[in-house]
Design a protein around this ligand. Structure first.
Ligand code: DER
Length: 234
């Protein structure tokens, strides 16, 4: 499967080039690509003594099940490197994240790191945010505010969304509930010319908890290509 192979290629390259035995604290992202990040770490005994900070329950289980040392960001607020996936990345290293509804802890752990590294398969590489990823910008909201935020998104932004949807769960009745006890609204803006401006405006809406736009945060992005090569964006 070229997509899985691409995820693995990107993850292995990022671990090999960015995590060092003299590091102390590593942030582990969420999603399916980071599974290969932990897989690669477990192949390298010289990385076994580092402390690993999760970005979700899923991420926490990856660390625990791998037998790696689990740390909390409260204990370790200074992180050497965080490696995480993305739903879409543009040429300026802006990213849409939150496909897995984990973007709050992901952004907290990414910002707390000296270096933030994105790993992704070739599908995520895009000319502009909103072009390849058509499921909308994930916006985590305080549950009681979701209706208010939906109307604010329609009326208060300089870029009007075509639609805004409350993300419903598949194997549970009702909305997706995040690890922080919140809901997620997916807002469809189409191609996003100025992600940083959009992020700023959405964050200013009362009831918004975090937004799945990571603007200019990453040091590098690794893409596993369908021909078996790895490309990078810096
Ligand atoms: O939800 C997230 O932010 C994840 O990191 C997601 O963007 C990447 O998930 P994937 O590695 O399963 O594509």
């Amino acid at each position: 499967d070229p997509v899985e192979a691409g995820k693995k290629l990107a993850a292995y390259a990022a671990v090999d080039e960015y995590i060092r035995p003299d590091h102390k604290v590593i942030g582990i992202g969420s999603g399916s690509t980071v599974v290969y990040v932990v897989e690669r770490i477990l192949q390298k005994p010289e990385l076994g003594h580092l402390v690993y900070i999760p970005t979700s329950f899923q991420s926490k289980l990856l660390i625990i099940d791998g037998g790696l040392t689990l740390g909390s960001i409260e204990q370790y607020p200074d992180i050497d490197v965080t490696i995480d996936g993305a739903d879409e990345v543009d040429p300026q290293l802006n990213a849409i994240k939150g496909g897995g509804a984990c973007q709050f802890q992901e952004k907290l752990v990414a910002e707390a790191a000296k270096k933030f590294v994105i790993v992704a398969d070739y599908r995520k590489k895009s000319t502009k945010l909103g072009v390849q990823w058509t499921k909308g910008v994930p916006i985590e909201v305080v549950p009681m505010a979701y209706k208010v935020v939906m109307s604010s998104l329609q009326s208060k932004l300089s870029l009007k969304p075509a639609s805004v949807d409350l993300r419903m769960a598949v194997k549970k009745a009702g909305p997706v509930v995040t690890d922080n006890g919140n809901f997620v609204i997916d807002a469809h803006f189409g191609a996003i010319e100025n992600p940083a401006q959009l992020l700023k405006e959405i964050k200013g809406l009362t009831g918004v908890y975090e937004v799945g736009l990571f603007c200019g945060m990453a040091e590098i992005a690794y893409f596993g290509e369908s021909d078996g090569s790895v490309s990078t964006l810096r």
